[in-house]
Design a protein around this ligand. Structure first.
Ligand code: AMP
Ligand code: TRP
Length: 332
């Protein structure tokens, strides 16, 4: 069976974009793949994190996976730092990855900003750790958002470089799985900006832990233009806020944009928003409730992570030691 690896950073407020763009799609993959879903806490540390918040966010992402329907018996769910082999393989890969490859990574340029001299080494070598995450399990498929495609391609290049250097076919070349239908959810305050964990306005996003009242209030306050809803999909393209809200509705109801546009054409946002809120509450309400229940008693979550880490470790260590053999390191 082909193997999937993917991960989310525990860096605060999980939101509707994370759900529709990532987690919801992963739920459907469990049936056809052996799945490993990680909470990549080591990647989170590439930018400053408050320790208490990092711990909480790690549990929150775990709760979101489970509440959304990822089965912790069937899949492996664990946090990255509990399996030391990730960091070990990242070092080994760091020794065969040319700097030139890392210099091309656009995420580093975005995150480091203008002052490259003060950016951390971890932020720079982030994609090498990500390659280690994937290849440690010899994963074949990596479901990620468009923004991570370049990193998965680097993982392919590193796998190929290793295979060439050690004259082996040990590592499969992992495929990015970009969900064509996945919604890119935009901010509720600005239809041209991605909904993001780090936006300072909580009204910009629907958090996965928001209750029904909060969801309804945020949708009511969501930015719109003064026109009635567009009549055609072409008109939608010129109106970012309408496009975003209609896109969210379509994703939540599993309908096409055409169907949703036809349904609401010419109506006012004041008609549409309550319908959207109802759909959002119907989808997220149960998940949020389940997450809040789990987070109130983190013992269960911590148990899932511990068991997941044991299962992950068993695969990881076996592969790591084979890599040790090939590279000429003595096994412990
Ligand atoms: P991040 O929140 O950037 O750590 O991303 C975690 C996962 O959620 C990745 O697979 C992203 O592609 C996905 N994601 C993040 N924000 C959005 C968004 N606004 N719309 C759709 N998918 C998103
Ligand atoms: N870089 C990914 C993101 O920000 C998270 C990630 C870390 C990941 N390691 C991974 C995703 C391995 C897929 C596979 O979304």
């Amino acid at each position: 069976m082909p193997r999937i690896f993917s991960g989310i950073q525990p860096t605060g407020n999980l939101h509707l974009g994370n759900y529709l763009g990532a987690i919801r799609n992963w739920v459907t993959l469990q049936a056809d793949y052996e799945c490993i879903f990680c909470i990549v806490d080591l990647h989170a540390l590439t930018l400053p994190q408050d320790p208490t918040e990092l711990r909480h966010a790690t549990r929150e992402v775990t709760a979101a996976y489970i509440a959304a329907g990822i089965d912790p018996e069937r899949c492996i769910i664990f946090n990255q730092s509990m399996v030391p082999a990730h960091a070990q393989l990242a070092w080994l890969f760091g020794c065969i990855t040319p700097l030139g490859w890392l210099n091309r990574m656009t995420q580093f340029k975005d995150k480091a900003g203008k002052d490259r001299e003060t950016a951390g080494l971890g932020l720079y070598s982030y994609p090498v750790l990500m390659a280690a995450d994937i290849l440690l399990y010899r994963a074949t498929h990596v479901p990620v958002g468009e923004d991570q495609k370049q990193h998965v391609e680097l993982a392919r290049d590193i796998a190929a470089a290793f295979n060439r250097r050690y004259n082996t076919e040990f590592f499969p070349l992992p495929e990015p799985q970009i969900f064509g239908t996945a919604t890119r959810v935009m901010s509720l305050r600005d239809g041209t900006k991605k909904m993001s964990k780090s936006d300072e306005s909580d009204f910009s996003r629907i958090n996965m832990t928001d209750d029904a009242d909060a969801i309804a209030l945020k949708i009511r306050r969501a930015k719109t233009d003064p026109l009635p809803l567009p009549a055609t999909v072409e008109d939608v393209a010129t109106r970012p806020e309408a496009a975003n809200l209609l896109g969210i509705y379509a994703a939540l109801t599993d309908e096409t944009m055409e169907t949703v546009v036809a349904h609401f054409a010419g109506r006012n946002f004041s008609d549409f928003k309550p319908a959207l809120a109802e759909r959002a509450v119907a989808s997220l309400g149960r998940i949020a409730g389940e997450m809040r229940r789990m987070l109130a008693d983190p013992g269960y979550i911590d148990g899932v992570l511990r068991r997941g880490a044991e299962r992950a470790e068993a695969i990881a260590v076996e592969h790591l030691h084979l890599v040790f053999d090939m590279m000429g390191l003595l096994r412990p």
